[in-house]
Design a protein around this ligand. Structure first.
Ligand code: LLP
Length: 418
């Protein structure tokens, strides 16, 4: 599902040359392929036609309005984790009736906003959150539809910082306490239980943890029904990993993941909600950057680029591997450390990486940056937030402009005593 190819040794996103975008936009910038996003979405849809399914894009992966509008036009719903994300989804015309509201600690005002929009489902993560939602819903004479996010104590076998389904993680209701909390919910005013929700982590590179988790969830649905609850929705969360082109990694395809879903859930008589983020947008995007300097260290050659950890945090935060490609293809290879200009050693994109020979002034692309890239960027070191560009066929459009220094610095205010 890669979004680019080389034509006459020049990197192209769909039919647009990256060099031509760079001339107009300046580096660094994010660049996404709309076709790649649509293809990934359609792979899910095609595999799951036999089941009643709603694909709710996990907005946290990429919340740009143009990306969300792409999802809306495809018929997707949204999985949101804050009022801000809900507002973004609704502004991009994703119907509230297709929005599920996840998140560990929804506040009263967030609940009030979500209630006013009549969303599809709240995914509740604790007893106290349930009690507050019951109070808030009753006070406006509404009945809200909920699922509980279950913590099944399953190891997702992914990076510890994005693993969410073990009992030591803060997420969800322990599976051992599930029956009790459903019983409590059934008695509360303003609450209508309709589903079971689970999400055990992100960038899962094996199907086995999903399978272990789904077996437990299926058993739970059956037990809940025996206890008299009407369970019509199973929300399986997101988490399917993507191929970051690391040598030893092999990631299950969307097709094989959907086959597992069908195998586990097709006879359960439930609507299935999926919350994929990374697998819809991750491989659709690159971060384009320019080499400022080459620097010969005593042991290494450093390629210092104009993108930094504030623009793409994943390598410094999770030691994540991202492939680095030259914009102009070359045969010759060399070994480099690719680093940004920020004053921290963690501002490193690749260590001792064998890659195409690079010169000062060259453009490079950091691959698979469509998910958890722009959304996690910051202005650390008073660097300007980078623009985003969306490509479709032979056209491209800037979907977020670069901020300017005035805008950025003017967010601060002096105190009355200065
Ligand atoms: N649903 C819930 C409740 C989630 O918490 C998440 C991601 C998703 C769905 C989407 O998961 P996906 O399909 O994208 O794996 N910043 C990290 C990833 C954090 C994921 C957090 N939750 C990274 O850059 O790897």
């Amino acid at each position: 599902m890669t979004s680019y190819h080389y034509q006459k040794h020049q990197l192209q996103m769909e039919q647009v040359s990256i060099k031509s975008i760079a001339t107009q936009v300046q580096t660094p910038f994010y660049c996404y392929s709309q076709t790649a996003i649509c293809n990934a979405y359609n792979s899910y849809v095609e595999q799951l036609t036999s089941m009643d399914t709603l694909i709710c894009f996990a907005v946290k992966a990429n919340s740009n309005q143009a990306i969300l509008k792409t999802m809306a036009d495809l018929g997707a719903g949204a999985d949101v984790v804050s009022e801000g994300e809900m507002r973004r989804a609704i502004m991009a015309e994703i119907p509230a009736s297709k929005i599920v509201y996840s998140g560990v600690a929804k506040t009263q005002s967030e609940m009030e906003y979500a209630l006013s929009q009549n969303i599809l489902q709240f995914n509740i993560e604790s007893e106290n959150e349930l009690l507050l939602l019951s109070k808030v819903a009753s006070s406006v004479n509404k009945v809200v539809k909920i699922a509980f996010r279950i913590n099944p104590d399953v190891d997702a076998k992914t990076h510890a910082k994005i693993s969410t389904g073990k009992s030591e993680n803060k997420f969800g209701i322990p599976i051992s306490k599930a029956l009790a909390i459903y019983q409590l919910a059934a008695k509360l005013p303003g609450i209508q239980v309709q589903g079971v929700d689970v999400h055990i982590g992100s960038q899962l590179t094996q199907l086995e943890p999903f399978e272990n988790c789904f077996i437990l969830i299926k058993q739970l649905v059956e037990q809940l029904r025996e206890d008299g609850h009407t369970i019509s929705i199973v929300d399986v969360g997101g988490g399917l990993g993507i191929d970051y082109a690391e040598d030893d990694s092999e990631v299950p395809t969307i097709e094989s993941y959907c086959a597992l879903l069908k195998q586990q859930f097709s006879d359960l008589g439930c609507k299935l909600i999926l919350e994929p983020g990374r697998s819809l947008v991750g491989n659709s995007g690159i971060l384009v950057s320019k080499v400022i300097y080459l620097k010969e260290g005593e042991e290494r050659t450093f390629v210092i680029i104009d993108a930094a950890m504030n623009d793409l945090l994943r390598p410094s935060m999770y030691d994540a591997f991202h492939n680095i490609l030259p914009i102009t293809e070359t045969e010759e290879q060399a070994c480099y450390d690719v680093v940004g200009p920020i004053c921290e050693t963690s501002d490193t994109f690749a260590r001792t990486r064998i890659m195409s020979v690079i010169n000062e002034g060259d453009l490079i692309a950091i691959d698979s940056a469509g998910a958890y890239g722009a959304v996690m960027s910051s202005t650390y070191n008073t660097r300007l937030q980078v623009p985003e560009v969306l490509v479709k066929d032979n056209q491209f459009s800037i979907i977020r402009e670069r901020t300017d220094y005035e805008q950025l610095i003017n967010q601060d205010q002096l105190t009355a005593w200065q």
